[in-house]
Every structure is written in C-alpha cells, then in structure tokens.
Ligand binder design. Structure first.
Ligand SMILES: [Zn+2]
Length: 317
C-alpha cells in the first residue's frame, strides 16, 4: 500500500500547500483502510483550508452570495488539484494508481467564506501492468549484462578469486542487488574472509568490479535496495515507535554485512554498498518516473524511499 503521507504528497495536499493559488491548507489528515490486501486501499481525507486574502480579488467577504462563490471556487481548485491520477509506489516498490473517488464535501467553518473543511476519499488500486521497482531493476540488470549471465571471459578475468557455482535453490538473495537468486544462475562468493558477505549473482559481482575499475563514477547513483530504502526510512523517521515497528524489518545480518564485505573483497574497495548512496533516493524517484511511461497516463508522485507500511499483517508483495 502507498503510505497515506505519500498519497497526500502525490497530490500536493500537505499543510501550507496552496490550492488554486488562493487556498492555503492549514490542516491535512489522511487515514487508510485496507479494502483488499495488496490490491485496493482507501484514504479518507480531511483538510482545512483558508482563503489567503489579497491573492485575487475579494469576492467573498461577508455576504451569503460571496461565500457561495468562494465555495465554488474552492471546489474548482480542488478538482483541478486532484483531477489527474498518480502512480505511487508502496514501500516494496509495487505501483498503485491513486485518485479521489468522488466530489469532496466542502463545509464552511465560518460565515465569511474564508475557511472551509474538505472531506474526500482517496483510493489506490494496484497496477499489475506496470513493472514494480524490483522488476525494473531486474530489467536493468539484464540489459546491462546481456543475457543476465556472466561471460566465461569475465568469469576468468574477474572471478578467479571467487567460488563460482550455479545456484540450486531459488531462496537466497543476492548480496549485491538484493534480489532472490533463481535456480540455475551463476553465483559467486569470495574465498575465505572475503566470502563472508555471502553469495551474489556472478554478473552483479562482475558489474560491481567493472564499475569500480572505471573510476566508480556510477556508484553514487546506485539504486538502493528495498531494504536500504526501508531502513533509511526507519532511521530518519521521527514517527512513533508504533509506526516504526510496522516498517519493513531490517535485512538479515548476513545481507547487511554483504555490501561492506564485497567492498573489501573488491579491487579498490571504496564507496561500495550503502555508502555509495545519497544519490540513491533521487535514483529511486527517477526510477518511479520511468514507470509512468509504460501505458499509464497517470503522474508519478512519491518514490519507494521513505514509504512505510502500516496496519498490514501480511507482508506485501
Ligand atoms: Zn544480484
């Protein structure tokens, strides 16, 4: 599920944001309801807005007629702001189409037409036709590595100090890209101490070494893995302990160490792994924007980073 705060962000409906050039949002609260796990969620929203005097004429001010006009202007401003559907990603990188389902209820909070309450209902529907962020990464990996498998030449050249085998189980995860390793794919692990990071796709290791050999310029823009994104969200968050406890659990130790160990094992071991990544967030967002290209007209708002999942018992896919 997209987090309520990402839903709100996607539509520009946070406190201090302005609707229609004239209505300042003074309070904004978004709840969430699970309609169908991993498929459909609703976001009941309640906002208060205030007319910012002097922004364009003063048609309201006191009279009943003026106040009615103000309300219609506000409704139009809301419609303008929320008309377009947006794609928002869950913390796990699953795309959801987000929109408001019906006209909002607009209630005056005073007689003068200067402040109103807006109640509205947002909805998020999972889009199975848009690739998840994980799928996008996998596609990138495949594109970068040809068939997605390391060549014999690269294997000889880069992986002589590694154990290289074909994986037999589809359960463990690559210590570099974080994805599940499919059976039959070549995986590699350093010998001795350098192997502590665990198994990685042979192709991922080779790509990592190649990018290091090339000056490491790519590393700043390396995309964060899901776990890193979730972890960062958790550690930067000032939210309540309750919310934090519902965030994605930290990756297993083995995997955490992986990036560091891989850096040590690599040739010029700096800047690998999570240290590479302040640019990661931007990359994640850039990634989400690409997602909007595939068959969806909806605008993209909010990346995977910083999203948290609340009130979900079953792990979202
Ligand atoms: Zn990998």
């Amino acid at each position: 599920m997209p987090s309520p705060s990402d839903f709100r962000k996607a539509f520009g409906l946070g406190v201090e944001q302005v609707l229609g050039g004239a209505w300042r949002i003074t309070s904004s609260s978004f709840g969430h309801e699970v309609k169908e796990q991993n498929e459909r969620y609703e976001f009941p929203a309640s906002l208060e807005v205030e007319w910012t005097a002097g922004s364009s004429g003063g048609s309201g001010g006191g009279s009943k007629r003026g106040a009615d006009r103000r309300r219609r202007e506000l409704e139009a401003a809301w419609e303008q702001q929320t008309r377009e559907k947006r794609i928002v990603y869950s913390a796990y990188g699953s795309p959801y189409e987000c929109f408001f389902v019906k006209l909002p209820k607009v209630t005056p909070l005073d007689d003068g037409g200067s402040s109103y309450q807006i109640t509205a209902l947002g909805r998020a529907v999972r889009r199975r036709d848009i690739p998840t962020l994980k799928e996008e990464r996998a596609a990138e990996r495949t594109a970068a590595g040809g068939a997605g498998e390391v060549s014999n030449e690269d294997e000889r050249r880069y992986l002589s100090g590694y154990r290289v085998i074909k994986s037999r189980f589809g359960t463990s995860k690559c210590s570099i890209c974080g994805q599940t390793i499919d059976p039959g794919v070549k995986i590699a692990k350093g010998k001795g101490d350098t192997g502590r990071g665990g198994w990685a796709h042979a192709i991922c290791l080779v790509q990592q070494m190649k990018s290091k050999a090339g000056g490491g310029s790519k590393q700043g823009g390396r995309k964060k893995t899901e776990e890193e994104a979730a972890e960062e969200a958790g550690s930067n968050s000032s939210s309540s302990a309750e919310e934090r406890s519902e965030a994605e659990p930290p990756p297993p130790k083995r995997q955490r160490k992986a990036a560091g160990a891989a850096a040590k094992g690599g040739r010029s071991g700096s800047g690998s792994g999570r240290k590479g990544g302040r640019g990661g967030k931007a990359a994640a967002v850039a990634g989400s924007q690409r997602g909007s290209g595939s068959g969806s007209k909806a605008k993209v708002g909010g990346g995977a980073a910083g999203q948290r999942q609340r009130a979900s018992t079953r792990r979202e896919e």
